[in-house]
Design a protein around this ligand. Structure first.
Ligand code: UDP
Ligand code: MN
Length: 249
């Protein structure tokens, strides 16, 4: 009788969405007692998300939450100005509070759709009293960023980017006990958080640094990587459309 892991994934329509969701769904399929909360950044869930989930063999819930236009990326603006996936993650947390408040042993993990996850990672987070933490590969201008552990306690962080952050952790670096989100009903990701402080905006209202539970061999193993997918080049699609071979598959 394993505690359930609720995996929260923001996602949005783009040419590579089906590839990302297929890969992630097939990783998650290898993990027992897992419930996937996929949150589409749109007014209603898209066809791609619906189809991938239907084929996935997973227990899932498909939600949708459109990022309000004032928080959206604007053309010409650098991509990092606005945090992505914030409203979607918060919508999932709201859903969990409403639908799963009774699930006192469950754990919540915020898994972006483009990262790379080892199946072992989920064993590490399964039993989380408050917030469990581990390193993340290929992030923050480093080969890996993560907590530094002494005598079983997180005492510092290997980080180079804004090291003074309250919790210098990537979104993929922690899991939260659902009961913490229940007993702190105001806690959420702050859509107005400064760049890099999104994770801290949630964690600061839930725990202090001393509460962090190091996993993955005292944070010496990398089991998740902040990989990013290259934008596909589709310059020949127009020509195909002109020739009557427009997209279908
Ligand atoms: N995302 C979203 N809406 C957007 C852009 C991104 O819901 O307009 C999702 C995306 O699918 C991913 C998460 O938010 O699951 C983080 O986005 P991304 O991977 O682009 O961020 P980065 O890798 O730059 O941290
Ligand atoms: Mn990403």
């Amino acid at each position: 009788n394993l505690p359930t892991i609720y995996v929260v994934t923001p996602t949005y329509a783009r040419p590579e969405q089906r590839a990302e969701l297929t890969r992630l769904s097939q990783t998650l399929r290898l993990v027992p007692a897992l419930h996937w909360l996929l949150v589409e950044d749109a007014r209603t869930p898209g066809v791609v998300a619906t189809e991938v989930l239907a084929k996935s063999g997973l227990i899932y819930t498909l939600l949708s939450m459109e990022t309000p236009s004032e928080l959206r990326h604007r053309p010409g603006e650098p991509i990092w100005v606005r945090a992505r996936g914030v409203e979607q993650r918060n919508a999932a947390v709201t859903w969990l509070r409403r639908e799963r408040a009774w699930d006192t042993t469950a754990v919540v993990y915020f898994a972006d759709d483009d990262n790379t996850y080892s199946v072992e990672l989920f064993k590490e987070m399964r039993y989380t009293s408050r917030v469990s933490v581990w390193p993340v590969g290929l992030v923050g201008g480093l080969l890996y960023e993560g907590p530094l552990v002494r005598h079983g306690q997180v005492t510092a962080f290997r980080t180079a980017w804004k090291p003074q952050r309250p919790f210098p952790l990537d979104m993929a670096a922690f899991a939260v006990a659902l009961h913490l989100l229940i007993i702190h009903p105001e806690a959420q990701f702050d859509p107005a958080a400064e760049r890099g402080l999104l994770e801290s905006s949630l964690l600061s209202s839930l725990v202090s640094r001393a509460d962090l539970e190091p996993r993955a061999e005292n944070c010496t193993q990398i089991l998740v990587w902040h990989t990013r997918t290259e934008k596909p080049k589709l310059k020949h699609e127009e020509e195909m459309a002109r020739r009557g071979h427009g997209p279908d598959p």
